[in-house]
Design a protein around this ligand. Structure first.
Ligand code: ATP
Ligand code: MG
Length: 487
């Protein structure tokens, strides 16, 4: 008999006796007591239950539904807690939140929702647990565990979400057309969960998303970017981007990536499909970094290739200056999507702008080229090398090995040169103040010229990066400019 029971079923069966294990945190007993005192029912619902069943590790947030007032329940819970935990109340939303160490517990009253066409904000009425489960986005997110005395720890699963967890399937509780049209953010969430959990989206759902993809326009950029970030931080982000493309959402959100699609051929010469190449690069880099912004850089590193693409008989396909054009596009894209325009954006720009530099020098690694690379990339050189290594997507094993070896040489050379010349965090060995003092100058063009010449001489390896050589060089340069040192 047992051999017909899948491992998952077996685990669930074991857990069945053990759903209470999900409720091991002391907060759940407190919520049970508070619910009894207020004479209302309460349940833990959604992501917490899903992630417990998937054994996804420690929860960050816990969602509690009260059949009654969520705010009152939260207040009662806080009264019962031994330490003075503050309740944060969000009156407009009818919700309340308690923070326990690093877990946020959110309370909401069970509700019934009805939508109109122009907004993702529904008209809300009080409802039953079932009403509340009906309004959830996916069957796997509608699972609830009872926190009530008699049924404590029972699983309430009206849409067979357990089965969908087993089958790794994203499905909506109600008609998918209505679910996605009511709140188009759910389209992004479906794809995000499919990517994070490595689940499939049910066909009916995928079709409904295709039909309603233009409704994404009513969703704020901030929400869209939240989901994009979660997709990018997933183990294999391409899963999400391929889905976004397939259902037509990507052309609304990141048309720059759609423009990279396709292979042109002229005179028998073809270039690679830069869309699929980009996704490979993103997957590659995701194996080596959890840095969201470096992953963004990988996603955008080639966006300048669409507007710079040219064919000539002499040179074939070229994308001259795509790094510079791409880095300018990063700013516009971040601005459009209301993403931060601070140092995060500048970092992505820098990565895009410099994305070909290590490749150019890899074939002939001179000290001065490495010094310039170190000088320009500064503290981000390691990230840049990681990006370039991820950028190797050739299917030719010999070339693959060769390119990786080349970068190993560059990496080693970087270490050697930096140890000797220290140009990563370059500080001019002779300051502008000293130049002015030497020649009795006020701030003027000549000071800049000398400072710059010293820097260039160091980077070119004409002189070493130290005070003595720099001073001597300054005196020669000053003479050339007709300057006479005082004293
Ligand atoms: P995670 O916290 O990992 O992002 P989650 O499922 O907990 O996943 P939350 O955004 O925290 O997602 O939402 C908690 C629960 O609220 C979900 O599990 C789901 O039941 C419900 N929910 C969230 N957003 C929506 C939505 N747009 N439409 C319907 N139900 C939603
Ligand atoms: Mg959550």
């Amino acid at each position: 008999m047992l051999k017909f029971v899948s491992l998952f079923h077996y685990l669930i069966l074991m857990q069945n006796l053990n759903y209470k294990k999900a409720l091991s945190h002391s907060i759940f007993t407190t919520i049970r007591k508070a619910s009894e005192l207020l004479n209302l029912e309460s349940y833990v619902i959604g992501g917490f239950v899903r992630d417990f069943l998937l054994q996804r590790g420690e929860a960050k947030d816990i969602d509690i539904v009260a059949v009654g007032s969520g705010i009152e329940l939260a207040q009662k819970v806080s009264e019962l807690l031994p330490y003075n935990t503050k309740v944060q109340v969000f009156k407009t939303y009818g919700t309340a939140m308690l923070k326990l160490n690093n877990i946020e517990v959110e309370f909401v009253g069970a509700r019934k929702e009805s939508y109109n066409k122009y907004s993702r904000n529904p008209v809300i009425e009080n409802g039953s647990l079932q009403d509340d489960q009906n309004r959830r986005d996916f069957t796997i997110n509608a699972l609830a565990l009872s926190l009530n005395k008699k049924t404590y720890g029972d699983l309430l699963d009206p849409f067979n979400g357990l089965k969908d967890l087993e089958n790794k399937c994203i499905k909506t509780p109600l008609d998918p057309g209505v679910t996605y049209s009511d709140d188009p953010l759910r389209m992004m969430r479906a794809i995000r969960f499919a990517t994070q959990l490595n689940f499939k989206i049910e066909k009916k759902s995928l079709n409904a998303i295709k039909t309603h993809s233009n409704r994404i326009k009513i969703i704020t950029n901030e929400r869209i970017v939240d989901e994009l970030n979660k997709i990018l931080l997933s183990p294999v982000p391409s899963v999400g981007f391929l889905l976004l493309e397939r259902v037509g959402l990507l052309s609304y959100i990141l048309p720059e990536l759609i423009d990279l699609k396709g292979i042109d051929e002229v005179d028998g010469q073809r270039h690679k499909d830069n869309f699929y190449h980009t996704l490979e690069v993103v997957d590659n880099i995701s194996q080596n970094t959890n840095n969201l912004w470096l992953r963004w850089a990988a996603l955008l590193h080639d966006i300048g290739k669409a507007p710079t693409k040219k064919f000539s008989k002499r040179n074939g396909w070229t994308f001259h200056g795509h790094e510079f054009v791409g880095s300018k596009m990063v700013y516009k894209l971040f601005k459009r999507l209301h993403m931060p325009l601070n140092e995060k954006m500048k970092f992505v720009q820098k990565m895009v702008l410099m994305s070909s530099r290590p490749i150019v020098i890899a074939s002939k690694v001179t000290d001065s080229a490495v010094r310039r690379l170190l000088f320009d990339a500064g503290e981000y050189l390691d990230d840049l090398m990681t990006l370039c290594e991820a950028d190797i997507t050739t299917k030719n094993p010999k070339r693959f090995k060769k390119y990786h070896n080349n970068f190993k040489v560059v990496r080693q050379k970087v270490v050697d040169v930096e140890e000797r010349d220290q140009v990563k965090n370059f500080q001019p060995p002779v300051s502008g103040a000293e130049i002015m003092k030497t020649y009795n100058l006020k701030p003027c063009k000549e000071v800049g010229i000398i400072k710059d010449a010293i820097k260039e001489a160091i980077l070119d390896g004409e002189i070493e990066n130290n005070y003595k050589e720099a001073i001597n060089f300054m005196l020669t340069k000053g003479e050339e400019l007709g300057l006479i040192p005082i004293g």
